[in-house]
Design a protein around this ligand. Structure first.
Ligand SMILES: O=P(O)(O)OC[C@H]1O[C@H](O[C@H]2O[C@H](CO)[C@@H](O)[C@H](O)[C@H]2O)[C@H](O)[C@@H](O)[C@@H]1O
Length: 270
């Protein structure tokens, strides 16, 4: 068994979270569901350059090799983008575009109907005009929509781009899903949430307990889907429904290492 009192490896993890992870590690079937940006990977200006911290990646790889343990990445990124930056074995379950795209032990599939395809075209035009007109604002395409990035724009330009994009896109498309994230406004012609994704993953993996870690507003839907036997961990600042919080990806990586250590001890004892 692991001696979790050994400093300094786990010293930055509060005792209540250590206790909760210890309980979680004893679950028969465990699902570890993780947001990517801001949770496994520190935020960077170019989304293509984001990478999980080495310690987080190592913990994920260890958890992936354990029996009765599944690991899922639950991201707002498109599946293609998530696959590229995550660079993990095929045994990881992937949820992209906030639940629209799934890769669960099989080939990914997402097919938009003709109305949705037309709406994506309209979005491309409307949001493309906003991105072209405002300095340092750019569009990231996704299968069912776009992310309007404003990280490098001035605060004023960012606000203007968000306002104009929101109002013009909503005027063109009824029931458009718009989500605000960190320096990003996300537009999708299909509505799903990370909460629905976690529920789906729970059923799919037949998990008795779920660990979910995330940093952004869209992760709150996932935290809301957790039950009494689950553990929700917020990475960084901001209001949250999660029952635990750590300052950022460095500490999340530490918590994942602890979970892997505890689970390794327990799965071999069971
Ligand atoms: O659900 P996530 O895995 O957290 O994905 C949310 C969005 O992440 C990416 O954008 C964010 O991270 C970028 C890289 O650090 C950063 O430059 C950007 O400002 C952040 O908003 C990604 O590009 C989006 O598609 C995701 O929806």
């Amino acid at each position: 068994m692991v001696d979790i009192d050994t400093p300094p490896r786990y010293s930055r993890i509060p005792d209540p979270l250590v206790g909760a992870l210890r309980e979680l590690a004893r679950s028969r079937r465990l699902l570890v569901a993780l947001d990517f940006d801001g949770t496994l990977a520190p935020e960077v200006d170019d989304p293509a350059q984001a990478r999980a911290l080495p310690e987080a990646r190592e913990a994920v790889l260890r958890l992936l090799r354990m029996p009765r343990t599944r690991v899922a990445l639950v991201s707002g990124r498109s599946l293609a983008s998530l696959t590229a930056v995550a660079d993990l074995p095929d045994t990881v379950l992937l949820v992209g575009s906030h639940g629209i795209e799934l890769r669960l032990d099989a080939e990914p599939a997402v097919s938009l109907d003709t109305t949705e395809l037309r709406q994506v075209d309209v979005l491309s035009t409307v949001l493309g005009e906003v991105a072209d007109a405002v300095d340092q604002v750019w569009l990231e395409p996704k299968p069912a929509g776009f992310a309007l990035h404003t990280r490098l724009a001035t605060e004023h330009n960012s606000r203007v781009a968000h306002l104009v994009a929101r109002s013009e896109a909503s005027a063109e498309i009824e029931d458009l899903t718009i989500r605000e994230g960190k320096n990003v406004l996300e537009f999708s012609v299909r509505s799903t949430t990370k909460g629905e994704a976690v529920e789906h993953l729970r059923r799919y993996t037949e998990a008795d307990a779920v660990f979910y870690a995330g940093d952004d507003v869209t992760d709150e839907d996932a935290f809301a889907a957790l039950g009494a036997d689950d553990v929700g961990l917020k990475s960084g600042e901001g209001a949250t429904l999660a029952n635990y919080r750590l300052p950022g990806p460095t500490e999340v990586a530490r918590a994942l290492t602890l979970l892997a250590d505890l689970r390794e001890g327990d799965v071999h004892e069971q």
